[in-house]
Design a protein around this ligand. Structure first.
Ligand code: ADP
Length: 238
């Protein structure tokens, strides 16, 4: 069998006595949009924090393009080509939109000119070019979410982890967000997405993994997962 693009094997994370992620195995193929869903507190954000090295793994393995990520610092994981957004967006508030994206572009270049070119290209791609000179501080939520995605893209990832990029957005902004995420995938970037808005998840994902209490309860195509009794119970039984 060929090496999976991304693979989590028996991943486990304990916070003291709490097992937040429990023996979780899954893989993601190159070019996929892979959804990670589950009720509040089920361990989704912790999985992202383990993938990008923010938390040490208690046991198990994470491999990206055949390389083990266990024990690597966050910056090295970023250099390998994994970027993430955060549920609560935190731009560098005293900088402009362009400067925010430029700082992320320094992941791949030391040149100011090159980072500026890259940042402008990404702002155009994300529909933020008209905002380039605006201060990040005063941006409306929809633009802040786009800026967060733009900053992640500026690190030139192969795998992008999107954490709740749609929360708080209007239906129109959500529809635009879905378009942007598809465009990112079509540009050759693989995506793992955590999202509560089911309409978004169902329309975007090729496959979905549903977890509860840190454990797998279902995995499959959107329609399979949506109709799975264990998934329905996890959501309704809260
Ligand atoms: P989700 O993203 O699915 O809402 P989380 O991954 O944030 O879930 O949380 C999973 C569980 O781990 C929760 O019970 C949460 O309270 C706990 N948890 C998350 N981060 C920490 C931490 N840094 N310290 C202690 N417990 C944590």
């Amino acid at each position: 069998m060929s090496t999976p693009f991304f693979e989590s094997q028996e991943l486990t994370k304990d916070f003291g006595g709490l097992r937040a992620v429990n023996n979780l195995s899954f893989h993601v193929q190159e070019g996929e949009i892979f959804g990670l869903i589950g009720p509040n507190g089920s361990g989704k954000t912790t999985v992202f924090n383990l993938i990008n090295g923010y938390y040490p793994i208690t046991s198990g393995q994470i491999r990206f393009q055949g390389t083990s990520l266990n024990g690597l610092p966050t910056w090295k994981i970023c250099k390998l080509g994994i970027a993430r957004t955060f549920q609560v967006v935190k731009p560098l508030r005293r900088m402009t939109v362009l400067e925010n994206v430029m700082t992320a572009a320094f992941n791949h270049t030391d040149s100011l000119t090159k980072s500026r070119e890259k940042a402008l290209e990404i702002l155009e791609f994300c529909g933020l070019i008209d905002r380039k000179d605006a201060s990040a501080k005063g941006l409306p939520l929809g633009d802040r979410k786009r800026l967060e995605i733009a900053r992640a893209l500026a690190t030139e990832p192969k795998l992008l982890l999107l954490d709740e990029t749609m929360a708080g957005l209007t239906p129109q902004e959500q529809a635009d967000g879905v378009k942007l995420i598809r465009k990112i995938r079509d540009s050759g970037i693989t995506i793992i997405i955590v999202e509560h808005i089911m309409r978004v998840i169902m329309s975007l994902c090729d496959r979905i993994l549903c977890i509860n209490y840190g454990q797998r309860i279902a995995e499959g195509r959107p329609e399979e997962v949506a109709n799975d009794p264990a998934v329905i119970e996890a959501y309704l039984g809260k």
